[in-house]
Design a protein around this ligand. Structure first.
Ligand code: NAP
Length: 283
């Protein structure tokens, strides 16, 4: 597995396993299968409701802690967020059965962002979160956070797939030492991604699947990917992307698939801000 080196020296696998929308009762088996397939980066979130199941699978695997890279995410906290963030972190850590996280992400650019970030900086200083970062930060919010705080986010996890490629955002992040990580790398299959003619044509040339072409395209661009699947054969398929390379022409052909916007939701839409900000987790 290739690694990327984050801005504080922490090493992160370039390909991992995401568990969004896996029901808690299915998650332990899925993570057990993913670890058996060879995944070592696991991506969950307090808001996914499956941290305990992820933790059970980690424990049962017997894999040494230092071989794993575990990410979870802080849900939106009200001001003053310092205390709430510390408490939310402890809850996540307990549910996962871990004593440190490799990466702790602020899940949304909402709530008391500055308070949340200061608390995350403290967790990072204490070594309880080896790296801290954000998710869903568009360039304006990201730059504001970078400029006005001590610790620059190590990672920004954003929607990134062939129909929303984030090329300019990636360039800005590179300038500031923020690693881009893709969520929804397959666009969850939207826009008929798995039968797209451009991607299918390239996949035939390499004797690979469309999913493999997409993951190769992401990782070849230096984007960390965390595909989700509950099927062991797809988990294995999605890991097997390091024995071929896309040509410049193929990268250029995929570039033409850009649609210029999200296929999911607009973080600038007031209705979305209301909806996400109103959501509260039980603990
Ligand atoms: N930070 C955020 O706000 C945020 C938002 C969304 C997601 N995420 C993270 O990003 C991860 C990935 O995104 P995602 O789960 O939304 O979607 P995704 O990885 O783009 O797509 C997952 C879908 O693709 C299917 N799939 C997986 N491998 C396949 C293959 N080889 N061939 C055909 N179909 C395949 C899966 O079905 P099966 O399971 O049936 O195989 C599932 O329906 C999440 O799990 C989560 O960790 C973060």
């Amino acid at each position: 597995m290739q690694n990327v080196t984050l801005n504080n020296g922490v090493e992160m696998p370039i390909l991992g396993f995401g568990v969004f929308q896996i029901a808690p009762e299915q998650t332990e088996q899925a993570v057990t299968d993913a670890l058996a397939a060879g995944y070592r980066l696991l991506d969950t979130a307090a808001a996914y409701g499956n941290e305990e199941a992820v933790g059970r699978a980690i424990k049962a695997s017997g894999i040494p802690r230092e071989e794993l890279f575990v990410t979870t995410k802080l849900w939106v906290q009200e001001a003053p967020a310092e205390e709430n963030t510390e408490r939310a972190f402890e809850t996540s850590l307990n549910k996962l059965g871990l004593d440190y996280l490799d990466l702790y992400l602020m899940h949304q650019p909402y709530g008391d962002v500055y308070g949340q970030w200061r608390a995350m900086e403290a967790l990072n200083r204490e070594g309880r979160a080896k790296a801290i970062g954000v998710a869903n930060f568009y360039p304006d919010r990201l730059l504001d956070l970078v400029i006005n705080n001590e610790v620059t986010p190590a990672v920004n996890q954003i929607e990134t797939h062939p129909f929303f490629q984030r090329t300019a955002d990636q360039e800005l992040m590179r300038e500031h030492g923020v690693q881009i990580q893709s969520w929804g790398g397959f666009a969850e299959g939207k826009n008929d991604l798995f039968t797209n003619p451009v991607l299918s044509g390239i996949s035939e040339k390499h004797g690979k699947s469309v999913a493999q072409v997409v993951l190769r395209w992401l990782t070849q661009r230096g984007v960390v990917a965390i595909p989700k699947s509950v099927r062991p054969e797809r988990m294995a398929e999605n890991l097997d992307v390091f024995d071929f390379e896309l040509t410049d022409d193929q990268m250029a052909a995929i570039a033409t698939l850009e649609t210029g916007g999200s296929l999911f939701f607009d973080h600038h839409d007031p209705a979305m801000v209301n909806w996400l900000s109103a959501r509260r987790l039980d603990s």
